[in-house]
Design a protein around this ligand. Structure first.
Ligand code: ASP
Length: 429
């Protein structure tokens, strides 16, 4: 884990270096042919190379993680009531978190403020380079056809055209695959599940490799952006960070306090004091999965949640119940849409809500686990996926905070379910 934290630091350093060099070059050499040549032939292609490495694994990752995730949820039925309660709690509280994020981002509009020329140039440079991806925001139409298109008549064609607006079809196919796997005899589907598990494993490995390039990729992307457009874009980025942090803080301290008090019957102050170790571990590792052992121990020893309930709810929750991640995804997609001047109407925003909830379920509980899925949501609503290059440099802090919200959500769910099942033991102070 120490290595991953070090990588985050490197990415942040890459962000600062790219930014400083880009802003300086813009101030000193703006309009010079030398700088334009360097940006077009060196820094931009390099940044693009890094992003394409991430884009490359989006399809196999979705197909494998979503189908296996849904298949896993299928097992929930066997656990009956507790499974259904976990599922309902996850869906309701995750939806709430996404709505909080979207309300904030629509109210404060952190991505607004770029001049139309800068925006047109920004969108133009991004779009013209991407050979196939020429979906213009104005072409994105969320009518009845969008709904019909969710069911692909040809899943392979949907995969081929995923970045041209057919990503939802890929998601639907993967969901159906998962549902069918859950309903089929495990004996007969074992080889297919093995293949999907293998595919998931190797895509995660490729992300690992791609992330090693991230510090340089982020430096190149930030250099390209600021050398071309100066520091005018920084104000938006800072406002975006503030909006995400305010949303997460609200969910963490207001929504959970309320749920803990009324659903789990505990004093929120006592609750937060007792789970301090969990919050600190999540914050420092940026990984719900890595925090799981601490979460289990604290839930049982400090909160008195029975072993059966805590191991079921917390294990499932560390991957599937990610309120912080879903809130962050919704804000990020809308922020980037504002940034690039892509108008997202009500239907498109509903789609973002739905996909953020689904992504919350599909995200691996590892550092930066949600990043590839953000590309997916962005592309589905016609916002350039390359936008993640802009937010990657500030992602470390946001990842630490959203992971803390994610695990607090898991433990809140476990406390509520344990109480409703009569398996919450009072632990004296
Ligand atoms: N790091 C997050 C977690 O482990 C996932 C993410 O949002 O990237 O919960």
């Amino acid at each position: 884990m120490a290595k991953q934290i070090a990588l985050y630091n490197k990415i942040f350093l890459g962000f600062i270096i790219g930014l400083a060099l880009g802003v300086t070059s813009n101030l000193l050499f703006s309009g010079s042919p030398g700088l334009a040549w360097f940006v077009t032939h060196i820094s931009e292609p390099f940044g693009r190379l890094f992003l394409r490495l991430i884009f490359m694994i989006v399809i196999p990752l979705i197909v494998s993680s979503l189908s296996l995730g849904v298949m896993g949820l299928g097992d929930i039925r066997t656990v009956g009531r507790i499974g259904i309660k976990t599922l309902v709690f996850t869906l309701i509280v995750t939806s709430l978190s996404v709505l909080i994020g979207l309300t904030l981002v629509n109210t404060f509009r952190p991505g607004d403020g770029l001049s139309p020329e800068v925006r047109a140039q920004l969108l133009g440079t991004i779009r013209s380079k991407e050979a196939g991806a020429v979906l213009k925001p104005s072409e994105v139409d969320f009518g009845i056809q969008t709904l019909v298109n969710i069911v692909p008549d040809n899943p392979l064609a949907a995969m081929v055209n995923a970045f041209k607006g057919e990503m939802l079809g890929v998601m639907f196919f993967s969901l159906m695959l998962g549902v069918a796997l859950a309903l089929s005899s495990p004996e007969r589907t074992k080889p297919l599940v093995g293949v999907l598990e293998g595919l998931y494993e190797v895509t995660m490995k490729i992300i690992d490799i791609a992330m090693k390039l991230a510090p340089y990729g982020v430096a190149a992307l930030l250099f390209t952006l600021t050398a071309r457009f100066g520091y005018s874009v920084l104000k938006q980025l800072a406002a975006y960070v503030v909006v995400v942090l305010v949303g997460l803080a609200f969910h963490q301290f207001v929504v959970y306090s309320f749920l803990v008090r009324y659903l789990a019957g505990m004093n929120p102050l006592t609750f937060f004091r007792r789970i301090k170790a969990v919050m600190v571990t999540a914050f420092s590792t940026s990984s719900s999965n890595a925090t799981l052992p601490t979460t289990l121990k604290v839930a049982q020893e400090n909160l008195g949640i029975s072993r059966e309930i805590s191991s079921f709810v917390l294990t499932l929750g560390s991957t599937a119940n990610q309120n912080g991640t879903a809130l962050y995804e919704g804000v990020t997609v809308l922020f980037l849409a504002q940034f690039f001047g892509v108008h997202l109407g009500l239907e498109a925003q509903l789609l973002v809500v739905l996909m953020s909830i689904l992504s919350g379920v599909g995200t691996a509980g590892v550092p930066g686990g949600s990043l590839p899925l953000i590309v997916l949501v962005l592309e589905s609503v016609g916002v350039p996926g390359e936008g993640i290059g802009i937010i990657l440099g500030v992602d470390r802090l946001l990842d630490m905070c959203r992971t803390t919200v994610n695990v607090t959500g898991d433990i809140t769910a476990a406390a509520y379910i344990a109480r409703s099942e009569g398996s919450l033991q009072a632990i004296p102070d």
